[in-house]
Structure formats: structure tokens, C-alpha cells
Design a protein around this ligand. Structure first.
Ligand code: BMA
Length: 375
């Protein structure tokens, strides 16, 4: 009996030792965010992101646990992910897409069920992951898709002819965000990245399809509406697409009071090595912008559009991002063989991804500490 007691005591001490060692207590009292009423957990997430950026670069993946090459999660399924199948660790950042939530649909525009999403978001959060949400909402003027460039922004701002319809859409968005909860009912904090890639013109909110002022108003209006609807578990991210000039980064910026995190989406369209310089240049512009504002920054979307180089992750991506200060790099979705952006077991650059994953500064979910609020 005595020995059993000693052994139990020893095991508990060991567990406590290790769990304390891997827990980081953060003082959130001075944390100022876009949302003055942000929940403590949202403030903690912001500080966690800053802290991660000091330690290395988090790996992110869009629709990480919803599907991969030749598999799809069902509501019963466990927590599978293509990157995990390759390296044995989960991405730190899990990206989600809520396009069509505005229509009241049960699945998003890529057929991912919102119920599954809610469940996987909660699991990722529980395991120490970070969730981020993008929104390819339909064109409110035409009911076409996000890619319908018909001008619409002016019509949904206050007094516009589609305002009421937009308010219904935003209500549905708010309800979904508020439904993200832990088992004990606490709101799960999320990085929300609406109206992204606005410096391009492929979305109805993009450069040639609305004025810069309309764009800024659209972003600010959405933030204000979310606050009015008592959504307090969001960090707001502003993320242009790859830049044609440094000034482009700032052109559509809604203001320091409306943005918590800076991002940029940069894809390697040609697959060639000029991408290394492209990354360095664009990240440099974002970093200067972010550092003067003391905000964290990340590559919010990337991927090799022409995946022909078996060493792409180590030879092209890594040299472009190492020591850059980005908090994470998020690979877009693994939809199908001609539309995937991370890796999977039989993928041409899977070994290169494994090597990337072995670098000390590359962080998966399992590599980061547990962050808790310092009382
Ligand atoms: C795009 C593509 C589309 C998808 C959209 C939203 O970049 O992957 O197929 O519908 O993102 O996830």
C-alpha cells in the first residue's frame, strides 16, 4: 500500500512538473483589441499569437480536419488531417470557410457541413490549436458568388437598397460565431479574416469593383455590427493579396482600431524560385506595417499552384519565410489532385514537407505550450 502510494505520488509530481513546464501564464490586463469587450480568452489568443511569433512559425491548413485527398470527415469521424498523415503532427492553425452561412445553408460553398465545422473547431481549440475563419459570401446585389464582380458594396452600407438583406446575412454569421463554444460553454476565440484579397479584382469587394472608401466602410461596418450583436470572441485580420507595390498594402486598410492581425495571401503561381524573393519582399512590407502598430502578422494563405518541385517546401517556401517574424503560414485546402496546397502521403513534395517540419522554428499544434490567463 505504502509503495503504491509513493508511486502514485511520484507519477502525479512528474505530471505536475511537466504540465507546469509546458504552461505559459499570460497577463492579459493591458491587452487592447478592436473589440473593447473582447472576452478574456480572445485577449489570451492575441497574446498567444504574439508569443508564438517569437518562438517560430506555426503551420496552418485550410479545412484541415474536414477532408483531404480522397477522404472526407463525417460527423462521426475522428480528427484526421493530411499534414498529420505525413508528419505525425497536427497543424497549429486550422482555417475554416463560412461562405453560404449568410444564406442559412447547412453546408458551406465547398460542401463542408457547418455542424462538422463547429465540432472540429471545438476539438482544435481544446488541443491548443488556433482557428481562423474566412468568408466567401455571395454577391448581395445579384445573388451570384463572391467572384461575381458586379458592384455591391455601396448597396449594403447604411441606407443602401440591399441593407436589410445584408443585415439578415450578418445576423446568421453572428449566430454561427456565437455558437462556437467549449464543453463548458465558454466562447471559443477565432481569428476572423473577412473581405480578404481586396487589392485584386476577382471578388465583388475587390479593387475595381468598389471604391477604397466603400471597402474601408464595409470592413468597419462589419466589425461594428458584430459588436452590436454581442459577438466578442473575434480577432479581426486584414489580408490583401500579394502586392504590386508597397503602397498597396495600406490602400484599403480600415484603420488600427478595426484590425488586430495583419495578413497577406501569397501563392506561388509559376512554381519557380522567384517566389523566394517575392515572399521576402511582401512579408517585409507587411512586417514594417505591423511592427509600427505592434500587431502580429502572418501568411494567411499560400501554396504551390504548380506542385512539380519535390523540394518546394524546403527550397522555395522556407528560405522565403525563415526569420521573417510571421506567426503562421497557412496552406490552402487539399480539395483534389489538381487543387491542393498542403501535402499528403503520396504527394510529390511530402518528404520536403517532413524536412520542413523537422526544423526547430517550425511549429505544429503539439509543439506549443498551453497558454493560460495569469490571475
Ligand atoms: C478558393 C478555392 C475555391 C473555394 C474557395 C473557398 O480559393 O479553393 O475552390 O471555393 O477558396 O474555400
Amino acid at each position: 500500500m505504502k509503495n503504491t502510494f509513493r508511486l502514485t505520488y511520484f507519477v502525479i509530481s512528474l505530471l505536475l512538473f511537466y504540465s507546469c513546464g509546458s504552461t505559459k501564464y499570460i497577463d492579459i490586463s493591458e491587452t487592447k483589441l478592436t473589440d473593447d469587450a473582447a472576452t478574456p480568452e480572445t485577449k489570451l489568443l492575441f497574446q498567444k499569437i504574439k508569443s508564438i511569433a517569437n518562438d517560430g512559425i506555426g503551420i496552418g491548413h485550410q479545412d484541415a480536419t474536414a477532408y483531404g485527398l480522397n477522404w472526407k470527415a463525417s460527423d462521426k469521424d475522428t480528427f484526421r488531417n493530411d499534414i498529420h498523415d505525413v508528419v505525425g503532427k497536427y497543424p497549429l492553425v486550422h482555417g475554416w470557410e463560412i461562405g453560404h452561412i449568410e444564406l442559412g445553408n447547412t453546408i458551406n460553398l465547398d460542401t463542408v457541413s457547418f455542424n462538422l465545422m463547429r465540432k472540429q473547431i471545438a476539438t482544435a481549440h481544446k488541443l491548443g490549436g488556433i482557428n481562423t475563419i474566412s468568408w466567401h459570401l455571395d454577391n448581395p446585389a445579384t445573388d451570384g458568388s463572391s467572384w461575381d464582380p458586379t458592384p455591391a458594396a455601396g448597396s449594403i452600407l447604411p441606407n443602401g437598397e440591399n441593407r436589410d438583406k445584408y443585415l439578415t446575412w450578418v445576423n446568421r454569421l453572428a449566430d454561427f460565431i456565437k455558437s462556437l463554444k467549449t464543453d463548458s460553454g465558454t466562447a471559443i476565440p477565432v481569428v476572423f479574416r473577412p473581405y480578404h484579397e481586396m487589392n485584386g479584382s476577382w471578388f465583388w469587394w475587390g479593387a475595381n469593383n468598389c471604391t477604397t472608401e466603400e471597402y474601408k466602410e464595409l470592413f468597419r461596418d462589419l466589425v461594428n455590427l458584430m459588436k452590436e450583436k454581442s459577438v466578442h470572441n473575434l480577432l479581426y485580420a486584414y489580408a490583401p493579396n500579394s502586392l504590386n507595390s508597397p503602397e498597396e498594402y495600406e490602400r484599403f486598410y480600415p484603420g488600427d482600431e478595426y484590425v488586430d492581425i495583419l495578413g497577406i495571401d501569397i501563392y506561388n503561381h509559376s512554381g519557380d524560385s522567384s517566389f523566394v524573393e517575392k515572399l521576402k519582399k511582401d512579408i517585409g512590407v507587411m512586417r514594417d506595417f505591423a511592427e509600427t502598430r505592434n500587431k502580429p502578422y502572418a501568411i494567411t494563405e499560400t501554396g504551390n499552384v504548380k506542385p512539380e518541385n519535390p523540394n518546394w517546401f524546403t527550397e522555395i517556401l522556407y528560405p522565403g519565410i525563415e526569420n521573417s517574424g510571421i506567426a503562421w503560414v497557412l496552406f490552402w485546402r487539399n480539395a483534389r489532385e489538381n487543387h491542393y496546397f498542403a501535402t499528403y502521403p503520396s504527394e510529390i513534395a511530402a518528404d520536403s514537407f517532413k524536412k520542413l517540419g523537422q526544423k526547430n522554428d517550425i511549429l505544429f499544434m503539439e509543439d506549443v505550450k498551453t497558454y493560460k490567463i495569469k490571475k
